[in-house]
Design a protein around this ligand. Structure first.
Ligand SMILES: [Zn+2]
Length: 358
């Protein structure tokens, strides 16, 4: 029976054809070749008409079995190819989790920001608020309202960055300012925030106003043209110099250590009367005297005083009823003293080898 032989032969050929298909297109071509309308199985079925009628059912059964067999082969090959494609993709896209990664650089707060936040914590802990104000100020808020006379040297362009100078000869001709024109400048102190606060809030006022200030100084080991002040202001009934001393002693002990002592030296500021500079006992020698403290046993850290009554009047506060004190300390100076920094410029240069220490 040649048709049976053909079937046996077909099975061999089908196996080869399917096994040889190594992509989806070739497999589809094999399916058409074997099972399609003009395919091999169909061709065999057509030839069954030539068989004796009694042989037809047997042959038909065999042909159907062959069709199922081939369909099975095709399915199996499809599954194999999908598995191989998946395996290939997994291998190609595999990530070796044992390889060392690229560590992201994690930043941290700049030392000066840390000092400012620490001061904020100290003062907030005793009931102060933290206020802020503009860095570009008028000369009224930076000088005039703070009782600085028109001819005060700090108003000169040598000590102040002017943005708009309405009266270039203002220092030489203070009367020009009497017309109420105000110059615009980069604030040289955060004291303007004290004026803004007294204008917008009624006493009692207990506040600090940390912020950046600007002065035309050439940067050197002890000076920066841009630095940060932490100023404070208290206005309330019955505030005395004793309150000032108690508050600043508390601040110094929190900031520099319980064993540090303070000393108050008379000084002059236009906006406070009386005024003092405050020294803290030297941490290197404990007050005995050494090179660090220039053999005095003390290190200057801040300026302060009782708010001048004129400043209160400028802000519409009755100096007969209210008194107050104000103080200012440089954040960079605190950092330099606490960590014994030899050069303030290292705080500004962005050298991570230095900054990462803090
Ligand atoms: Zn010392």
């Amino acid at each position: 029976m040649s048709l049976i032989d053909d079937l046996v032969k077909l099975e061999e050929e089908a196996k080869e054809l399917v096994a040889g298909a190594d992509d989806a297109a070739k497999l589809e071509a094999a399916r058409v070749e074997l099972l399609g309308r003009k395919g091999r199985i169909t061709g065999l079925m057509r030839m069954m008409g030539k068989l004796a009628p009694e042989d037809r059912p047997v042959m038909g059964k065999r042909a159907n079995e062959m069709r199922q067999l081939i369909e099975g082969m095709l399915d199996e090959r499809t599954t194999e190819m999908k598995a191989a494609a998946l395996k290939h993709a997994l291998e190609r896209e595999a990530v070796d989790i044992t390889l060392p990664g690229i560590r992201p650089q994690i930043g941290h707060q700049h030392l000066i920001k840390q000092i400012i936040e620490e001061a904020e914590d100290i003062f907030c802990g005793i009931g102060y608020t933290v206020e802020s104000g503009p860095m570009v100020e008028t000369s009224y808020y930076n000088f005039t309202a703070l009782n600085a006379p028109m001819d005060h040297p700090s108003r000169s362009a040598r000590d102040t960055f002017y943005v708009v100078d309405n009266n270039p000869g203002s220092v030489a001709h203070p009367e020009a300012h009497a017309h109420g024109e105000s110059d615009v400048l980069l604030r040289t102190q955060t004291s303007g925030v004290q004026i803004h606060t007294m204008e917008s809030q009624k006493p009692p006022i207990y506040m600090i106003c940390p912020g950046t200030v600007y002065r035309p100084d050439t940067a050197d080991a002890c000076h920066l043209p841009q630095f940060n002040q932490i100023e404070g202001l208290v206005v309330d009934e019955g505030i005395t110099f004793g309150d000032l001393k108690g508050t600043l002693d508390y601040f110094v002990k929190c900031m520099f250590g319980e064993d540090r002592k303070t000393r108050y030296r008379p000084h002059f500021f236009p906006f406070t009367e009386p005024s003092c500079e405050v020294d803290v006992s030297c941490h290197v020698c404990g007050g005995k005297g050494c090179n660090f403290c220039k053999h005095s046993g003390w290190i200057e850290i801040l300026g302060c005083g009782m708010v001048d009554p004129n400043v209160l009047i400028n802000c519409g506060i009755d100096p007969e009823k209210y008194t107050g004190f104000a103080f200012g300390i440089g954040a960079e100076r605190v950092a330099a003293l606490r960590y014994d920094l030899p050069d303030l410029r290292t705080l500004m240069t962005g050298d991570m080898r230095f900054l990462n220490q803090f």
